[in-house]
Design a protein around this ligand. Structure first.
Ligand SMILES: Nc1nc2c(ncn2[C@@H]2O[C@H](COP(=O)(O)OP(=O)(O)OP(=O)(O)O)[C@@H](O)[C@H]2O)c(=O)[nH]1
Ligand SMILES: [Mg+2]
Length: 339
């Protein structure tokens, strides 16, 4: 299995400023001409930008050096040189930025669309038109452009969940998480606090990028988290694009099949109504425990008729997991372009 691509070292080079120009406007009755050398253009910046479509740093592939365009030389007739284009590097939410020369932490990118200037382009040099004075009417020099900044940068992806498993205590979230995810060794290497949800990595497989699944503990109801909801926990919800409502089907009252789900939804609304904007799947778990007379089909139909995408599974014996996994992959089908 390919290791989880969670860190990358890059060199970034902002553009150099263009040199100022030395030029004289030849005009009648002005033997030496008026200095008219324009300023150089500014070099382009190197900018990181949080792209909501990315979930890993794997789009860097082998690319390690990123350079922005240099500013152009100033021109005669006081014309300013063209500014160099900036280069924007897309990164996923949860990217932490370090200066690789000093090891210093620079930035935690935690908002979709957020931008961070890694390296400023150099300023353009001034043209000779700037240097005229009473003593110097015809300066034959201009200022060189300022060099763009070059830095070694270390990017590290904070492991944040793509998929959140929610549900009442004992519904089987942990068991389902473990049944659907493979090696967790890599994730385990990250220092998490005690309030951090359980994490697992699904994939990578074929050409699918790996997905991080997280158990959102004890639901938001706060029964065992109370006001101690850790920062990291909230961050997971920020990035989570898909939620799975895990319900213990063996505990469902056939007279009120949607009861447990409505309760979860109510709790989510109370905690943060924007959670209800995220797509949600329902996993009716513990089908291996159903009594023979349990009206299983009728209960499932009630969910489907209410518009839910519903899956019946047994996390314990691994039944019904394949269709659920496919539905999860389908939700993340957009493949990031290499940069
Ligand atoms: N028979 C059966 N037992 C299951 C199934 N899934 C989970 N369990 C059992 O249900 C109990 C609770 O499972 P967990 O996975 O810990 O449930 P949870 O939702 O993570 O619980 P909390 O984290 O405490 O909220 C455990 O004893 C599991 O072995 C299932 O599909 N069938
Ligand atoms: Mg659990």
């Amino acid at each position: 299995m390919k290791s989880f691509p969670d860190e990358v070292d890059i060199t970034v080079r902002a553009g150099n400023g263009g040199p100022g120009s030395v030029s004289f406007l030849r005009a009648r009755f002005q033997p030496r001409g008026r200095p008219d050398g324009g300023d150089g253009g500014a070099g382009g910046d190197i900018i990181l930008e949080v792209s909501p479509n990315l979930r890993t740093l794997s789009h860097f592939r082998g690319r390690r050096v990123f350079a922005a365009e240099n500013g152009r030389r100033g021109q005669s007739q006081d014309r300013h040189g063209k500014n160099g284009a900036s280069l924007t590097i897309p990164v996923p939410l949860g990217t932490r930025v370090f200066d690789n020369d000093t090891g210093r932490f620079l930035k935690d990118l935690m908002t979709p669309g957020e931008r961070f200037v890694l390296a400023k382009g150099g300023r353009g040099g001034k043209g000779n038109a700037h240097f005229t004075s009473s003593r110097m009417r015809s300066p034959r020099f201009s200022q060189p452009g300022e060099p763009g900044r070059e830095r070694l940068i270390h990017l590290e992806l904070q492991i944040l969940a793509d998929v959140g498993l929610m549900g009442a205590p004992n519904a089987g979230k942990t068991t389902l998480l473990k049944a659907m995810t493979a090696s967790r060794a890599r994730v385990g290497a990250f220092p998490f606090t005690t309030l951090t949800p359980q994490l697992g990595v699904m994939g990578p497989e074929a050409d699918r990028e790996p997905l991080i699944l997280a158990e959102i503990p004890g639901l938001i109801v706060g029964a065992h988290l109370g006001k101690g909801l850790g920062h990291r926990f909230l961050r997971h919800l920020t990035r989570t694009r898909l939620l799975i409502q895990v319900i213990d089907l063996s505990q469902v009252d056939p007279a009120d099949p949607l009861g447990p789900l409505n309760m979860l939804e109510e709790e989510m609304r109370a905690f943060d109504p924007s959670l209800l904007d995220k797509p949600r799947l329902v996993a009716l778990n513990k089908i291996d425990l159903l009594a023979p007379d349990f009206p299983r089909d009728r209960v499932i139909r009630a969910y489907a008729e209410a518009g839910w995408r519903v899956f019946t599974v047994s996390a314990a014996i691994g039944e019904g997991l394949a269709p659920l996994r496919e539905a999860i992959w389908a939700e993340f089908a957009v493949k990031p372009e290499p940069i």
